[in-house]
Write a protein that binds this ligand. Structure first.
Ligand code: ADP
Ligand code: MG
Length: 328
């Protein structure tokens, strides 16, 4: 078998909610990979399916169709996370962790931080007996907190510190892959940068791979190696971060970047809802799903399926029209 540069290979992944004739197509035939050691950004308007992809990878929800190959040995012998039972997935929970937007909601208010971290260690039988407390103290220091914080309760921390605790809890089980679902959204802008820097440092120190879900275009530009752009459960564009921001190829990506406020040191560029109604994911447009809001759409876009094509090395675009020259 040949070595595998991809930690994760998502192939034709779909998640439909509800049955009947018009299920909600939260994720619809999505394919992309996450390379070993990279931070991959996942962006798109609210409702585009970002969180659902994170929840599929961590099997908090089960896929409707498709594959999610995972290979943290680099041997080429990937496991398909999509087909594992919950019992088969359990050992992977120590290798794949998810960090959420609101760390407070997931911390038991009656547990000291020492107990929160001990619980995480216990789930996977790690750092038992005399090794326990030193490991907990080391975890706190790793995320920029102090050993004495172990004895405190969640309400005694600021929002930024709680997100650090959430990160420490994720790291407790020594994961290889972290899904971070809008981990900064609940934090004050002034402390977001500290948490972003912490994630970047931990990634380098621990050799982590991160799927970074965000609607903050500035943070994604700063932190991510590559970016996947989602719209209505489908991938519109995939590119290295520099290329995507310098020369977005898909009209949707262009609209997102154009709609973001002009750079202003006191403001952040975040994804705003674009003009025009967002179609329902239960009843998506035919052909290219973005055509109803696309300034370049022509009649054929209703009948021509949008397929990702490599338009430059490593830069993939799902707009089938090659006859229009995009400009920013
Ligand atoms: P994002 O994270 O990009 O905002 P989500 O993945 O949360 O998007 O949601 C994608 C779509 O799936 C939305 O239309 C949302 O309403 C729908 N959805 C998400 N979870 C559920 C669920 N459990 N049941 C029904 N619909 C859902
Ligand atoms: Mg979300």
């Amino acid at each position: 078998m040949k070595p595998n540069d991809n930690l994760v290979d998502i192939r034709a992944l779909s998640k439909y909610f509800g049955g009947g004739k018009h299920p909600v197509r939260a994720v619809d035939d999505v394919s992309f990979s996450i390379r070993r050691g990279e931070t991959l950004g996942l962006v798109g308007e609210s409702g585009s399916g970002k969180s659902t992809i994170g929840r599929l990878l961590t099997r908090l929800v089960d896929p409707t169709a498709g594959q999610m190959f995972y290979d943290d040995q680099g041997s080429g012998a990937a496991l398909d996370l999509a087909t594992l039972s919950q019992a088969q997935y359990r050992p992977l929970r120590s290798r794949i962790q998810i960090i959420f937007q609101d760390p407070y909601a997931s911390l038991n208010p009656r547990m000291r931080i020492r107990q929160v971290l001990a619980e995480a260690l216990d789930t996977h039988g790690l750092a038992k007996g005399a090794a326990r407390l030193p490991r907990i103290h080391a975890l706190l220091e790793q995320v920029g907190l102090r050993p004495e914080h172990a004895e405190r309760f969640p309400h005694e921390f600021s929002g930024g510190q709680r997100q650090r605790i959430g990160i420490a809890r994720a790291l407790a089980v020594e994961p290889r892959f972290i899904v971070a679902d809008e981990p900064l959204s609940a934090l004050d802008v002034s402390i977001q940068a500290q948490v972003v820097n912490l994630l970047g440092e931990l990634k380098d120190q621990l050799g982590l791979t991160i799927l970074f879900i965000s609607h903050d275009l500035d943070v994604v530009e700063y932190l991510c190696d590559r970016v996947v752009v989602l719209y209505l459960g489908r991938v519109m564009e995939i590119a290295p971060t520099d290329a995507l921001y310098a020369q977005p190829r898909h009209p949707y990506t262009q609209a997102l970047l154009a709609a973001a406020p002009i750079p202003d040191p006191t403001q952040r560029r975040t994804i705003a809802l674009l003009q025009g109604d967002l179609p329902s994911p239960a009843n998506p447009p035919s052909g290219c799903v973005f055509r109803t809001r696309c300034p370049h759409a022509i009649a054929e876009c209703a009948s021509t399926e949008a397929v990702l094509r490599e338009v430059q090395p490593d830069h993939w675009n799902a707009c089938w029209r090659t006859d229009i020259h995009y400009s920013k």
